[in-house]
Write a protein that binds this ligand. Structure first.
Ligand code: SAH
Length: 224
């Protein structure tokens, strides 16, 4: 076996642990079976170092290097549910990180575009994603700018804590499009999840959901 291919191993143990995690999420109240089946399909352990298989299938965030984390499975489930993704939709994700959330969106049939600002993480994740059966377009850049040449998007998902609604991302949302974004509120490092729907006349409708903790959404790119 080519050493690079080892990452693709998804054995009965992995599948069993993953099924347990999905059952746990269902018990916790996650109801959207399309989201749960996408989570059951994507092998989360390939995004972590091989010695952390147990952690891959427990409901916790995990460090992935460059000071960043892979989102907790229940957070990925919440954001994906709130986004209401249909097959064939053009989706923009800000904060590629490990690439896990991008794969979950792709497993739901979305055409995923994802932006990461940290150079090392961008190249590391790109290499992992190339070995998985999802077609995801990865970009190195500043998510606050979005992707004007690929806009507009049906859905935009921000997976870092944003200081406010990024105006350029709102511009890049289609009429009737939906954005899910954790926005800083209260103590530093804490966010409330918000779902923004763009009405056909360009006005915005906003719904507020629970409390979350994300790493900060920062401007520019970084080389670490
Ligand atoms: N979606 C990821 C979790 C992301 S953690 C996953 O499934 O693993 C948040 C990520 O957002 C980090 O990798 C961080 O580097 C990145 N990030 C922060 N600010 C950004 C910006 N302005 N543009 C793009 N990526 C950003």
């Amino acid at each position: 076996m080519h050493p690079k291919m080892k990452i693709l191993e998804d054995n009965y143990r992995h599948k069993g642990l993953r099924q347990q995690l999905i059952n746990q999420l269902r018990d916790e109240g996650f109801k959207d079976e399309r989201v749960l089946s996408a989570l059951n399909e994507v092998p989360r352990h390939v995004f972590l170092d091989s010695s952390f298989v147990e952690f891959a299938y427990s409901d916790q965030p995990f460090p992935i290097g460059s000071g960043q984390t892979i989102s907790q499975p229940s957070t990925v489930a919440s954001q994906t549910e709130l986004l209401i993704v249909e097959r064939g939709m053009k989706v923009l994700e800000i904060g590629t990180g490990s690439g896990y959330q991008a794969c979950v969106l792709a497993a739901m049939g979305a055409k995923v575009h994802t932006i990461e600002r940290q150079r090392n993480l961008y190249f590391h994740t790109k290499e992992i994603l190339e070995q998985l059966p999802y077609r995801i377009k990865t970009f190195l850049g500043d998510g606050f700018e979005g992707l004007p040449t690929y806009a507009p998007f049906d859905r935009i998902l921000i997976t870092a804590g944003a200081p406010q609604l990024p105006p350029k991302l709102i511009q890049q949302l289609k009429p009737n499009g939906i954005m899910v974004i954790p926005i800083d509120e209260g103590e530093p490092g804490h966010q409330k999840m918000r779902r923004i729907t763009k009405n056909p006349d360009g006005t915005l409708r906003e719904e507020v959901f629970g409390d979350f903790t994300f790493v900060p959404m920062l401007t520019g790119t970084a080389s670490d």
